[in-house]
Design a protein around this ligand. Sequence first.
Ligand SMILES: [Mg+2]
Length: 307
Amino acid sequence: MSTIEAGKPAGVFDFDGFLAHLNGEKFRDVHAAEFCKQTGFPRQRYDLLYSFADNLHKTLVTFAPNRFGWIYEGVVTASGRADVMVTQTAVTSLMLAILRIDPFFASKRLNLPSKENEDRFLQELYGKSYNPEFVELQEGLFDVLRELDGFLAIHIVTNSSDANVRKAIEKGDQRIFNLVTIRGDAKKYYVDPKWEGIKRVKMKIPGYGLDINLRRPKFYAKLEEILKENPKIVTAGGDIYPLDAAMFLELSQTDSRFQGITSFLMQTLYTPTAEAKFFKENNANGLFLITNLGQIPAILRERLNPS
Ligand SMILES: [Mg+2]
């Protein structure tokens, strides 16, 4: 009911990493098993190679965050270690590079994808390892949403599909369905530097070399859909700053429908230090770093009713 009430301001929340989280261990277990099955690499050696490549990747991302960022269609969209899935894919690509250059492994006749087929190989591996059953709702989610529903129209805007979100809610708490509108396939990672719906092309945050690209027309189109039903977007939340919050911060300065927005960043194992610091130091500008959803209602009530 709540979602069609006219006049309520909207909240735009990410799903994976914010309202829910992927069980990383389950995902990684399947990923590892599939990798070994496809390539013939021995499973009992996998963890050692993975941890070597993982450390190497961490270093590369620190030295050259753009070169080793999460690249989508040739443009950096977020940190190369933005979440479990992105990190797993990037580290696996490094593992393949190591296996290709080392003559010892080359002599083992592993079934490695060619350079040209690598993207497809990684895509398939991801597809086989991502199981919506591994997605778990955050603790206390229903209670937080019910409280927010008192003054917000809640939209879940996610890169995942509507079906995956539905599955996760169904096995968690069905009452959530009455409180939210699900808008899947948002493609927040899609950047088009030529699209002019947002004036500035990119921004940086202090102490961090990553280019934060602001021009995300597909995500923006989802926001326009929401603004047909709700007069303003007053809050947003997610776990990856460039995807879930940067565009809102920019729009809050240029578009009255986003003015005064409160953005929440959920701290995860993958949150870059600079992003966490940026959110901690900019509460006055509406940025809040949180570690659980229960922190949201009090902060919002105070910011929406300053009296
Ligand atoms: Mg997320």
